[in-house]
Design a protein around this ligand. Structure first.
Ligand SMILES: [Mg+2]
Length: 225
């Protein structure tokens, strides 16, 4: 297997360890409306878009017979908490090194994220090692018709790099992201969660054809392993 023509990276949960912080923000927001979210429910929110998470929390509030705030009212509580926590997100182990290896090998890179341009700015401000990824597809990208799990984000990234998606390697940690990259035709690497239980659940739900990765440091960019 030749080297990847390009590496297309997801952000949340793949390069930056933001998922626990997103969880904390939802937990504190739900608490403000009288609902305590346990670990299982927080895991259910992972990897999903902000509006989808809001809808889920509203559903849980309704099920608990609590007053259900509007989406705007819920996000008015949640967003400031998230914006305070997210700049403290740490790199996923091995991520800075993987980007450095791409750069050293001259492999083009793109960020393919569902997060908005503004949210990415907040999250990446303290991470100069991410500056090397100059091509970026955001969730609110004007050229994007549909978000993950549709193939559009990865197709758009490949097009902007002037490369066929089939020659690009995608790196994802979520089901929606893996489906998106696979549908776009990329060779898809999926970083599995640390928890064996979650990893088993993820593997069972992943579409066939994904390459499973336990740690980013183990990725070989030059051979088919
Ligand atoms: Mg992700």
């Amino acid at each position: 297997m030749a080297r990847p023509a390009a590496c297309l990276f997801d952000l949340d949960g793949l390069l930056l360890d933001t998922e626990p912080l997103h969880g904390q923000a939802w937990q504190q927001a739900a608490r403000a409306f009288g609902l305590e979210l346990d670990g299982t429910r927080l895991l259910e929110l992972r990897g999903r878009r902000r509006m989808d998470c809001a809808e889920q929390v509203q559903q849980w509030l309704a099920e608990a017979a609590l007053v259900v705030p509007t989406t705007a009212a819920l996000l008015a509580v949640r967003q400031p908490i998230a914006e305070r926590l997210l700049p403290a997100a740490r790199p996923i182990p091995g991520a800075p090194e993987l980007l450095a290896r791409c750069q050293a090998l001259g492999i083009p890179m793109a960020l393919v994220t569902s997060s908005s341009r503004q949210a990415v700015a907040v999250k990446t401000a303290g991470h100069p090692w991410l500056a090397g990824i100059s091509e970026r597809v955001f969730g609110d990208d004007a050229d994007l018709k549909a978000g993950k799990p549709a193939p559009d984000p990865f197709r758009l990234a490949a097009r902007r790099l002037h490369l066929p998606a089939e020659h690009c390697w995608a790196f994802e940690d979520s089901l929606a992201g893996a489906r998106s990259a696979l549908a776009a035709g990329c060779r898809v690497h999926v970083l599995l969660p640390d928890s064996q239980k979650l990893a088993d659940r993820m593997v069972a739900a992943l579409p066939a054809g994904c390459l499973l990765v336990k740690e980013l440091g183990g990725i070989d960019l030059s051979t088919d392993d």
